[in-house]
Design a protein. Structure first.
Length: 87
């Protein structure tokens, strides 16, 4: 019976050493690597003619019906400008 108790204590001790080493390794890794900057989002705009989303800096803009609108191409812009004013 004493042998079994000694074996269980040994296994528990190994388990605790393993947990402690993983904890220390995680703390050390956190100290070594600075947190990376979160990726910045890109502002997207919608082309209402073809229902496409694209980055604002790539969009073709035009004023349609008194509102600034964004388009994926000059062709979509021209289609929007050709629409009647009430559409």
């Amino acid at each position: 019976m004493t042998l079994i108790v000694a074996f269980v204590r040994f296994v528990v001790a190994l388990f605790l050493v393993r947990v402690a080493l993983r904890f220390v390794a995680g703390v050390l890794q956190g100290l070594r690597e600075p947190p990376s900057a979160a990726p910045r989002g890109v502002e997207m705009v919608r082309d209402r003619v073809c229902n496409t989303f694209l980055p604002r800096e790539r969009a073709v803009t035009a004023t349609v019906g008194g509102r600034e609108m964004h388009f994926c191409s000059a062709a979509c812009r021209d289609r929007a400008l050709a629409l009647p004013a009430g559409s």
